[in-house]
Design a protein around this ligand. Structure first.
Ligand code: HEM
Ligand code: HEM
Length: 180
């Protein structure tokens, strides 16, 4: 049997930290942009950036999920309930993200418009599938985003607890640049 890996691979680490930064930025940008007035110079620009970065994160997340299936990851450390909890949390973080992408797409394309990816690519919209789609998808998008950030905070606190209290290698497996 091949020896078990002790670190997340370089690509997995890069994907994890880049995704975390993008998610926090998109959350802040989303909350800020919905309160802008028509007279702000950011009124059109901020949603344009939010949607473009959101689409990039979507592509990154699809690649990340495929990469996760193809490469080996280190074992999760801790008590049995902690290992189970971490697995459920990681799965939920991915699932929440995917639902946020779908609801974001449904807000943006409810009126039949496409989504521009940095003036480079246009993702077609198919209009509304049900009445008030824009508003309903908007509320769902908001609550899913708040749930994602709350779970990510719990997840980060769990990682810090493992590092400073249990003093195991949970955080180092996701941080250390050196490969085993
Ligand atoms: C494909 C990706 C995404 C698209 C197309 C998208 C699209 C949108 C749109 C159109 C709005 C404006 C909603 C409105 O006017 O009521 C919005 C708001 C928002 N988005 Fe996204 N989004 C995406 C990804 C994300 C991600 C990954 C997050 C972070 C967790 C996020 C967090 C938010 C937040 C917090 C708001 C403000 C909601 C509110 O206060 O009503 N979005 N998004
Ligand atoms: C929006 C923020 C974040 C999201 C969405 C997120 C998501 C994830 C996911 C899905 C995994 C599972 C591993 C994988 O599939 O590659 C993971 C692992 C991990 N994350 Fe995060 N993360 C976030 C922020 C953070 C922060 C701020 C920290 C540290 C303080 C952190 C520390 C870790 C560690 C140590 C692991 C490895 C856990 C183990 O194998 O036991 N994450 N993260």
């Amino acid at each position: 049997m091949p020896e078990a890996v002790k670190q997340y691979n370089r690509t997995a680490k890069l994907l994890h930290w880049a995704s975390a930064l993008l998610i926090i930025a998109l959350f802040a940008l989303g909350l800020w942009m919905v309160d802008l007035t028509y007279y702000s110079e950011w009124y059109n620009l901020a949603p344009y950036w939010h949607k473009s970065i959101g689409l990039c994160l979507f592509a990154l997340t699809l690649f990340r999920i495929i990469w996760k299936q193809l490469t080996a990851a280190p074992d999760i450390e801790g008590e049995k309930w902690e290992v189970q909890g971490a697995k459920i949390a990681h799965f939920s973080l991915y699932l929440l993200l995917l639902c946020i992408f779908i609801s974001g797409y449904m807000i943006s394309t409810a009126d039949g418009r496409s989504i521009e990816l940095f003036n480079w690519l246009s993702v077609p919209g198919f209009g509304s599938f049900f009445e008030n789609q824009e508003d309903i998808a908007g509320v769902i998008h908001y609550y899913l985003a708040v749930t994602l950030i709350t779970l990510a905070v719990v997840h980060a606190l769990a990682a810090l607890k493992h590092h400073f209290i249990n003093k195991d290698s949970t955080l180092n497996k996701m941080l250390r640049i050196k490969q085993q």
